[in-house]
Ligand binder design. Structure first.
Ligand SMILES: [Zn+2]
Length: 435
């Protein structure tokens, strides 16, 4: 596997997947290929266009056509309804291969090393997000709930990411969608989606040591036992009510003097925090002889100067807690918040418009659009990790929106032979030398 992570190589990886999409049309006038439809949708997300119509207009102009070919190898741009019809019957699984290829290339290129946090483990955060809700529009994949005689349709997905305590970027992994069969509650839906994601991906992560991060809903015996059986480590948020047996046992052990305490100082870049930690190993997760024993730690953070209480939480883990490991394990557990801040927030509120309705369809359209959107986010993250030119531009232009506005405008008015050519032009225009 090559470590080439250039835009040109990404284009080849995506092109191979788009060319391999199974043809579902028969006897129709197939002016456009499935790959044409895939590229047309992907470029909308890659360029953070506001709608398919804006992209269609750009693609119909001479420089728009030339840039679609030069930068993406795309040749024809179907209309908005045609794009939707081309993708509608194709389940999300058909679009996952680029996530795997890019992860392998990141590994070969050494870019995953900064993500190998505590005990050389990759931290995989598994968190769900709701991205669609309606009382009218719906499809076969919608989750349906009834409240006050009103039917609500919604979509949610598990968007797994690699996180690291000291790394602002999160690396998107293949998503898993929460289906109507996964149960009525958010908790059941996420747990079943996690099980499916693990069934598909656990073997893929075998060459690595992996720690799964998840919230307190999942700090229960069935998932912890499944992770143990799959040789995956875990750090789960634990709140007093989930699971209560764990906290009751810790309270008992505390009375017996079996719980260790440790106070640490931590510089967060702005001020010193005081970390008051307590921890104990081998606590049963539930009652009964078959209970799985896990290790538990709890931390209270205060401002070292003002003594203001900043944060309090507990974690359950299979990693052994010692005076040396308790801090890095807490740091790894806290890295899960990056899923909300760096992943969900960016996807929803900073250009990728995750919750925007680009089209719903009747079968898989709504889910496939999310896969392409997350894939576009991944490719930009990879460029941020691997391209000095990309980092220079993003830093110089400040807001993410400015960067993408400029890209779309330039592609509208000027032809570029390649993505590198476009980045060089932007750097030169800003008086910066290519890195
Ligand atoms: Zn739906």
């Amino acid at each position: 596997m090559s470590a080439d992570l250039s835009h040109a190589q990404h284009t080849k990886v995506l092109a191979a997947t788009f060319r391999g999409l199974p043809e579902h049309r028969c006897g129709q006038n197939c002016i456009y290929s499935l790959a044409d439809g895939a590229w047309a949708a992907f470029i909308v997300f890659f360029n953070q266009a506001r709608c398919f119509l804006e992209r269609r207009r750009d693609a119909s102009r001479p420089h728009g056509r030339a840039n679609a070919a030069g930068l993406f190898g795309a040749h024809k741009t179907p209309s908005d309804p045609q794009i939707r019809n081309l993708r509608e019957p194709l389940a999300p699984e058909h679009w996952y291969a680029p996530f795997h290829t890019i992860l392998q290339r990141l590994k070969v290129g050494g870019y995953l090393q900064p993500y190998q946090a505590f005990a050389n483990n990759l931290l995989v955060s598994l968190d769900g997000v709701h991205y669609f809700a309606s009382t009218a529009m719906h499809c076969a994949q919608c989750n349906v709930t009834l409240r006050d005689d009103q039917t609500y349709y919604s979509h949610a997905a598990l968007l797994p990411v690699l996180v690291a305590p000291d790394n602002p970027q999160v690396i998107s992994l293949e998503p898993e969608f929460i289906t109507p069969q996964d149960g009525a509650t958010k908790q059941d839906g996420e747990q079943n989606a996690i099980k499916r994601w693990l069934a598909r991906n656990a073997a893929r992560f075998q060459p690595f040591q992996v720690t799964i991060l998840a919230d307190d809903w999942h700090s229960k015996q069935p998932l912890c036992a499944l992770l143990r059986d799959l040789h995956l480590n875990f750090i789960m948020t634990c709140k007093p009510d989930s699971p209560p047996t764990l906290y009751e046992e810790v309270a008992l052990l505390e009375k017996l003097g079996a719980v260790a305490h440790r106070t640490l100082r931590h510089w967060n870049g702005r001020f010193y925090e005081c970390w008051q930690c307590r921890y104990v190993n081998q606590v049963p997760l539930r009652t009964g002889a078959a209970a799985l024993a896990i290790n538990f730690c709890e931390v209270t953070l205060t401002h070292a100067a003002t003594h203001e209480r900043l944060y309090h939480t507990g974690f359950g883990t299979n990693h052994l807690l010692t005076p040396d490991t308790v801090k890095p394990i807490i740091q790894a557990g806290r890295a899960r918040w990056k899923t909300q801040n760096e992943n969900h927030n960016t996807l929803k509120n900073h250009g990728y418009h995750l919750a925007h309705n680009y089209g719903h369809g009747h079968q898989h359209l709504a889910t496939v659009l999310i896969v392409l959107n997350v894939l576009a986010f991944l490719l930009h993250t990879v460029m941020d990790l691997t391209s000095e030119k990309y980092r220079q531009l993003r830093q110089e232009l400040g807001a993410r929106m400015t960067f993408f506005d400029d890209i779309r405008t330039l592609m509208r008015y000027l032809p570029f032979a390649s993505w590198e050519n476009l980045l060089d032009f932007m750097l030169m225009g800003l008086g910066l030398s290519p890195g």
